[in-house]
Design a protein around this ligand. Structure first.
Ligand SMILES: *[C@@H]1O[C@H](CO)[C@@H](O)[C@H](O)[C@H]1NC(C)=O
Ligand SMILES: *[C@@H]1O[C@H](CO)[C@@H](O)[C@H](O)[C@H]1NC(C)=O
Ligand SMILES: *[C@@H]1O[C@H](CO)[C@@H](O)[C@H](O)[C@H]1NC(C)=O
Ligand SMILES: *[C@@H]1O[C@H](CO)[C@@H](O)[C@H](O)[C@H]1NC(C)=O
Ligand SMILES: *[C@@H]1O[C@H](CO)[C@@H](O)[C@H](O)[C@H]1NC(C)=O
Ligand SMILES: *[C@@H]1O[C@H](CO)[C@@H](O)[C@H](O)[C@H]1NC(C)=O
Ligand SMILES: *[C@@H]1O[C@H](CO)[C@@H](O)[C@H](O)[C@H]1NC(C)=O
Length: 744
């Protein structure tokens, strides 16, 4: 009895232990990473990890638990921390004094030599400010940097500017910084076993190519005879080729997590970057639960303009991302150059399609077949035969041949894997994107496709050849098909994207650790690559901002943004209204905009008060607690409540008349006295009145206010637009006015 009693007790104790372990274990796995965002640095002094620790331990119950669940403390440029929390703990924290928001850590994703010539910034352009430009630092949050890319050589550079506080990680696979790339760090705060891809390296080194591309687009040095195996040959260079680069690697194989992004912003702002380029996006949520909006807000407060990509989800409407009004949101345009590769058939027929094909044919002709003819007709098919789906083709019928495939799918991988040597793909809907294929390939129209198929059917000895891509001149600029479009509903009367810049088929630096097509079996590695996306547009605008700043070091981010927007070139090709904002970036003119629509911090505060943020939250955002109370400000007036360089109105009821007022103040940044007159061009049915329509300035820095009164009747056209232009004969200060009717 005695023994069995003891045994029972032991068993009971054991099971308690097990139970305790189970409970602990299960809560641990239920803990998820959250960001606890606490606004600006308090005026009272620096934030410490200890402050975050005591706040957290009060919620999670013990010192030890708080220590174990803390991931990172932010505190160089704003206040907050990242921790593993249970949902109820997140809720309790969100209600604590001093906390602005608590939100789960999510993954965001990454959104490509002639582009600068096209924008009117010639290599030998006289109008530069080299003494200032060489002290500009462009920061990028991206995939890291490949130091061996020729764009980052530092010959002729002195040490970093004295203001610079950034550092370089000294770690595996990274050869260290130089006087061109003066900062390089990596962030893997949410690193867990299995989270890193096999090619990820724990250092600032770029194993993806994206970061090297964006960095060299913004500030790469001049590299002659750059090309992708001869395609796109020319001189590669950044928009501000003298400027320095600081890379904050926040993106890995799995994506770019919120906590890494915030850590990158926290450092970049404190390190002393002049502008930031962030070619990353994700779901659009409330401003202060979005790491890019939060980071950009604190950057703005410290005089750093953030350029960010609009996203690649076009041409669908309402897809634009990074819409906070203090961000410069960038869409993509095509250049006047398109890469096409030509196909010639055995019967002499020629066709050509958009593609980046780096392969030169070795023979005059190759055997040609089609998916339909190379299919497995003896039994059950897997997939779509005419579209060349993988399991539907017989390798023996494909081997050594060029294969014709139908449908909007890139089947070059398939054909390569089956032993094919090329593919001609017909598209139901034409594309403007030149893809980099893994074997000689090109797209043709469905009409050309049908002719090619007919030829294949007509002979037993069908033949074809696909030539290396060449550049062709096309009409430009136009908004690229993939570029995300407005409208947006976070602050519906702010027009986004703000501006567009080249993002289609951009040649820039690349990492030799990444194959040019991104396909792991691709053996082509190069110092330069041709990439496409709003990711590629974003660093163009960041560089233009640095260029303007090199002439006007004291201008606020909003003033620089206004200068870039009001001097942009209006797009005329195609239906661009919801995708182009103010138009195509025109940096050369942006240096002398004449007038700017400036927005001081108080302007954004009034806007946030109007949007329903209360004084408590605003106190935290500004670190001032008392000073920035909504009641201390005149309420923001007008339809948007912000001194924005564009005007936008969304109408819910399309059958109603509408009228709206926009209040604006412009500051003269020209020399001496000037008189500006307003002219408006509007589509029929939209009435636009500017009061007053003449503004006189006696000297620079004077401010003048005016209002714009919009009126319209019901109209079943969803979009009505106008253009406002202030002109003093020397300057043209342009703003788009866009009315969007939501459909019933
Ligand atoms: C970088 O790391 C290497 C190897 O750990 C070390 O020898 C070197 O001194 C380090 N350099 C700096 C600047 O810390
Ligand atoms: C330019 O680059 C190509 C290869 O990219 C090379 O074959 C050629 O010799 C180079 N020309 C000059 C003038 O450097
Ligand atoms: C054709 O498909 C059948 C059924 O899936 C398969 O058993 C056969 O091996 C295939 N023939 C060839 C030549 O691939
Ligand atoms: C196969 O793909 C072609 C080209 O995209 C398409 O027209 C056809 O409808 C598809 N067939 C099937 C059965 O899905
Ligand atoms: C070519 O032949 C295939 C297989 O018989 C057929 O499906 C296809 O429609 C033909 N193409 C044309 C353009 O006639
Ligand atoms: C201010 O707003 C926050 C977030 O919406 C809310 O938690 C807080 O209670 C509000 N404070 C006051 C004084 O209304
Ligand atoms: C409605 O708006 C469209 C687009 O701006 C314009 O072309 C049309 O004339 C307008 N209709 C009326 C009745 O004003």
């Amino acid at each position: 009895m005695e023994i069995s009693h003891g045994l029972l007790l032991l068993l009971f104790n054991l099971s308690l232990l097990l139970l305790a372990e189970l409970v602990n274990g299960s809560t641990d796995t239920q803990r998820k990473p959250y960001i606890v965002y606490m606004g600006d640095l308090p005026k009272t002094g620096a934030v410490t990890a200890a402050d975050h620790h005591s706040l957290l331990s009060a919620v999670v119950g013990s010192d030890r638990m708080a220590r174990d669940s803390t991931i990172h403390s932010y505190g160089r440029s704003f206040n907050g921390f990242a921790a593993r929390l249970l949902p109820h703990e997140a809720k309790i924290l969100s209600e604590k004094e001093g906390v602005v928001s608590v939100f789960p850590n999510t993954m965001r994703k990454l959104h490509t030599t002639r582009s600068w010539d096209f924008l009117g910034m010639r290599e030998k352009m006289k109008k530069r400010n080299p003494k200032a430009e060489i002290n500009m630092v462009i920061g990028l949050l991206d995939t890291g940097i490949w130091m061996d890319c020729p764009s980052f050589k530092d010959k002729g550079y002195g040490p970093p500017p004295t203001k610079w506080k950034g550092k370089c990680s000294n770690s595996s696979g990274f050869t260290g910084c130089n006087n061109k790339v003066i900062g390089a760090k990596y962030y893997d705060l949410d690193h867990q076993p299995g989270m890193l891809g096999k090619d990820d390296i724990l250092s600032p080194v770029d194993t993806d190519g994206h970061g090297t591309h964006t960095a060299s687009t913004a500030a790469g040095i001049v590299v002659k005879n750059a090309s992708l195996f001869g395609v796109g040959k020319g001189t590669a260079r950044g928009g501000v080729p003298l400027a320095r680069i600081a890379m904050y690697k926040v993106c890995w194989y799995t994506g770019c997590s919120d906590m890494n992004l915030l850590a990158g912003f926290d450092d970049a702002i404190a390190d002393g970057v002049d502008v930031l380029s962030v070619s990353i996006g994700g779901t659009v949520g409330p401003f202060f639960e979005d790491p890019i909006a939060i980071g950009a807000f604190h950057a703005m407060r410290r005089g750093v303009l953030v350029s960010s990509s609009a996203g690649n989800d076009g041409p669908l409407e309402a897809t634009v991302q990074n819409v906070a009004p203090w961000i410069l949101t960038v869409g993509a345009t095509g250049l006047d150059r398109e890469f096409r590769s030509q196909v010639k058939l055995g019967n002499g027929m020629k066709a050509s399609g958009v593609s980046v094909n780096t392969f030169s044919p070795r023979k005059k002709m190759y055997p040609l077949t089609s998916g339909t003819l190379a299919s497995n007709s003896s039994g059950a098919y897997w997939g779509n035969v005419s579209a060349c789906d993988w399991a539907s083709l017989i390798p023996e019928e494909v081997k050594g041949k060029i294969v014709y495939c139908m449908g909007n799918r890139g089947q070059d991988f398939n054909i390569r894997d089956l032993g094919g040597i090329g593919t001609i793909m017909s598209l139901d809907e034409p594309t403007d994107i030149g893809f980099t294929f893994v074997i000689p390939s090109t797209f043709v129209t469905s009409e050309e496709g049908r002719k090619i198929d007919k030829y294949i059917n007509s002979t037993k000895k069908a033949q074809a050849v696909i030539y290396k891509s060449k550049a062709f001149k096309i009409a430009a600029p136009f908004v690229s098909s993939f570029s995300s479009r407005g409208p947006q509903d976070l602050s519906p009367n702010i027009l986004k994207p703000d501006i567009v810049a080249p993002g289609l088929d951009i040649l820039a630096g690349y990492s030799k650790l990444a194959p040019i097509s991104g396909d792991p079996e691709d053996r082509r590695f190069a110092n330069f690559n041709i990439l496409t996306g709003t990711s590629m547009s974003c660093p163009h605008v960041a560089a233009a901002a640095a260029y303007v700043k090199s002439f006007h070091p004291k201008w606020s981010p909003a003033a620089i943004k206004s200068a870039l927007m009001t001097t942009a070139t209006t797009l005329k090709i195609k239906d661009n209204a919801l995708g182009s904002g103010s138009g195509q970036l025109n940096p050369r003119i942006a240096v002398h905009p004449g007038l700017v629509y400036d927005i001081p911090t108080s302007g954004y505060i009034r806007f946030l008060c109007k949007e329903g943020y209360n004084s408590t939250t605003i106190g935290l955002l500004t670190g001032g607690k008392q000073k920035y109370k909504c009641s201390n400000f005149r309420p923001a007036l007008g339809s948007d409540g912000l001194n924005y360089p564009s005007m936008h109105l969304q109408i819910k009821d399309p059958t109603a008349r509408f009228s709206a007022v926009f209040y604006r103040t412009v500051t003269s940044v020209g020399h001496g006295a000037s008189v500006y007159k307003a002219t408006v061009k509007a589509t029929k049915g939209l009435s636009v009145r500017v009061v007053p329509n003449t503004l006189s300035f006696q000297k620079a820095h004077q401010r003048r206010s005016f209002k714009i009164v919009l009126k319209g009747k019901p109209n079943n056209s969803r979009i009505q637009s106008a253009f406002l232009e202030w002109s003093d004969s020397k300057h043209k200060v342009k703003s788009p006015i866009l009315v969007y009717r939501q459909s019933i």
